[in-house]
Design a protein around this ligand. Sequence first.
Ligand SMILES: C[S@@+](CC[C@H](N)C(=O)[O-])C[C@H]1O[C@@H](n2cnc3c(N)ncnc32)[C@H](O)[C@@H]1O
Length: 327
Amino acid sequence: MNDSSPQADKTSDKNISRADVKDFYSEAAVTAQDNLCCPTEYDLSDLSHIPKEVTEISYGCGSPVGRAGLREGEVMVDLGSGGGIDCFIAAKHVGETGQVFGIDMTDEMLDIARKNASQVVINLGYNNIEFKKGFLEDIPIEDTSVDLVTSNCVINLSTNKNAVFKEIHRILKHNGRFLIADIISEIEVPEEMRINKELWGECISGALTLKEFLDHASNNKFNGLLIKKDYLWKEVANIKFYSYTIEGFKYETNRNLPDSRSVFATYAGPFDSVIFQGTTFPISIPIKIDKFTAELLSSHSYKGQFIITDPEIEKPTEINTESSCCD
Ligand SMILES: C[S@@+](CC[C@H](N)C(=O)[O-])C[C@H]1O[C@@H](n2cnc3c(N)ncnc32)[C@H](O)[C@@H]1O
């Protein structure tokens, strides 16, 4: 594996290499770094099967797996899996028939994750977890094979973020999704900060603005982007850095559908109308959609916002309660 970072996103990113980031996290694997631990909202029942050594080196800034609504049998890939916390949580959610892969480039992190995986497997009573050595920019996973890609405070560390989004799109199945918790900067991080290796390792100076993040996602053909702003993490040089969780779908509108039968979606409120992927859904009016849009609007993230009706079955699908936003 080549640790240099070709095709850096910005001129200043050429000063940072994957080897710098790897050195930073080799150290952080052996000695827990308090200044790297953002507040995370793990559900305690999700952690009971996970050894303390893993939770002590948890360096995420959100809890993407807890929010993902994983189903039994799904395949998940966690990018920059570190000590493995999100993989171990997911392993419980997807059950014996599911599969979880953790990808990381740092040997020390992989060693801890693999060592603790043995205990997690005993605690769960089945083995569905594999940690692979690899880069975010060149993910060692087959094309179109994954239901969910997660990442917890890692994309900011890459110097080639466009390659990361391209790779996420490649490995996802059609209608697959990503859920990424990351640090987002309120303005573009200036050059003098971007060349600071320490600040880069601390998940500060490689952070994207929200616009940059969303541009990378849409340039790489992701749709249905959902944005959750969680909390202010740090202020450095008068710039605010926030923790966000962002979801996106690999949803292809122009596919040749073997089953082009239409179904209907009725927006349930509370607003007068919402616009989703260019279509307006006024409250309480059934709008004709294709079955792929129906699958998307029935997914965990949009659950409760639309009533999906299939005329051939004549029964609305389940509805309610969470609220979020549509684009
Ligand atoms: C901030 S830590 C987060 C670890 C884990 N997600 C968690 O929540 O505890 C970043 C992790 O990403 C890995 N990493 C950073 N850049 C990477 C890259 N380009 N390719 C593969 N792994 C990378 C590091 O080795 C480290 O384990």
